[in-house]
Design a protein around this ligand. Structure first.
Ligand SMILES: Cc1cc2nc3c(=O)[nH]c(=O)nc-3n(C[C@H](O)[C@H](O)[C@H](O)COP(=O)(O)O)c2cc1C
Length: 402
């Protein structure tokens, strides 16, 4: 078997080349200032990552609307005012021929109460989790059009800021994913019902973003293989969406899965023994779609060993491999990982007894590590997860409300 597949460059359909097969998947940084603009810490973070060897860095979600953020300190890019500081961050993140793509997002009903008490969503169906999310208002047709326009504007501004590509976040239960799922979309107009209708907003956005950025600019979509909830967006729906995205000429499909109600993108390990050994959650789905589409595929979630990455690349199961937490458990990842065929990277282990809040603790734990790196400090693998919850909540509260 051919080795070193991770080191091979990959040329996207739009004609641009990524220097190797490792991507840093999006991780929300929560490091913007009060004006929701990029900061020195963000530049420092992306300086580190663009010097560590990954071919592609996808930013944490950048919001298209300051009213409906995923977190209090998200970057928002809705007009030209935030361009200058963002350009600094882009400069830092594109060194060494590294691609830096802006992930653009709208939280919809997953905008927390620290961001808004009046979220909007396809239907007025509340996310009931730790009392952190208010009941959303069902969007009007005008509001849907406004969201479409906003995604296009943010994509255009991202290109202007120097990002070398853009990723539209349609996964993990955020607004576009809410439209896709029958569990959160009970509309009876052109945006609800059939999968074609539920995907209409996403398709319109992709089509218009392509018109705006031109054919030589990478567009990626992050999509759930499924929501992993009964009655939710399923693999059949996903397949339909993917086939249409291919017609709309995107450059990279990132596969993930789950929502805040079932955060499978962080926790899921398939039960089948064979898949467990193969480590990656969404690979089975990637295999299915491989037969149906020629779209370049990236899968994110659970990759931890060089040998296994090499195997799936050599099998032509995927084009790019997405990693998130490994960037926060090893400061120099993927420097050695890329070259060393025997390298494996472990996950942080921490004990946290409050089951209902475990994912919150995990988010807090990794948020702390991002902030450490952004300050030029070391990762702290033994950071207390209870403190992590307290710190995250306090930050959200202070940055959101004061
Ligand atoms: C701290 C943290 C923040 C994340 N933020 C985002 C985000 O902003 N957008 C996104 O699409 N996924 C986000 N994710 C999910 C990751 O991109 C990825 O899908 C998930 O962590 C699984 O990959 P891994 O097993 O390599 O960590 C986040 C994950 C973590 C750990």
């Amino acid at each position: 078997m051919k080795t070193k597949a991770l080191l091979e460059p990959y040329t996207l359909p739009c004609g641009l080349t990524i220097k190797n097969r490792i991507a840093k998947a999006a991780m929300t940084e929560r490091l913007a200032n009060k004006k929701q603009q990029a900061t020195k810490e963000l530049s420092q973070l992306y300086n580190l990552w663009s010097n560590n060897g990954a071919g592609l860095l996808v930013t944490g979600n950048i919001m298209v609307d300051s009213r409906y953020k995923e977190a209090s300190a998200n970057i928002v890019l809705e007009n030209e005012s935030g361009l200058k500081p963002l350009e600094e961050m882009v400069k830092a993140g594109t060194q060494n021929n590294t691609h830096l793509w802006a992930q653009i997002n709208h939280a919809g009903r997953q905008a927390s109460i620290f961001s808004t008490f009046k979220p909007i969503a396809p239907s007025a169906i509340q996310l009931k989790k730790l009392m952190l999310f208010a009941k959303p208002k069902a969007m009007t047709a005008d509001e849907i059009k406004d969201v479409e326009n906003r995604f296009v504007t943010t994509a255009k501004l991202s290109k202007k800021a120097g990002f070398t590509g853009v990723q539209i976040h349609a996964a993990h239960g955020y607004l576009l994913s809410q439209f896709l799922s029958p569990k959160t979309n009970e509309r009876t107009d052109d945006y609800g019902g059939s999968i074609d209708n539920r995907a209409r907003l996403l398709f319109n956005i992709v089509q218009r973003v392509r018109e705006e950025v031109g054919e030589n600019y990478p567009i990626s979509v992050k999509l759930n293989s499924a929501d992993f909830q009964r009655g939710g967006f399923n693999e059949e729906d996903a397949l339909y969406v993917i086939k249409t995205l291919e017609k709309l000429k995107i450059d990279l499909l990132e596969i993930s899965g789950g929502t805040y109600e079932n955060i499978i993108f962080l926790t899921q390990r398939y039960e089948r023994e064979s898949t467990k050994q193969r480590e990656a959650y969404f690979l089975d789905f990637a295999k299915k779609i491989r037969k149906e589409t020629a779209l370049p595929i990236m899968v994110t979630g659970g990759f931890r060993s060089h040998a296994f990455c090499n195997e799936v690349l050599n099998n032509k199961e995927l084009e790019m491999i997405g990693f998130a937490r490994p960037f926060l458990t090893n400061k120099s990842f993927p420097k050695n990982f890329l070259e060393d065929e025997n390298s494996k990277i472990g996950d942080a282990t921490f004990k946290f007894k409050i089951k209902k809040m475990k994912d919150f603790a995990e988010a807090g734990f990794y948020d702390y590590q991002i902030h450490q790196l952004a300050k030029g400090k070391e990762i702290k693998p033994k950071y207390n997860p209870y403190l992590a919850v307290l710190r995250l909540t306090t930050n959200e509260l202070i940055k959101g409300w004061f």
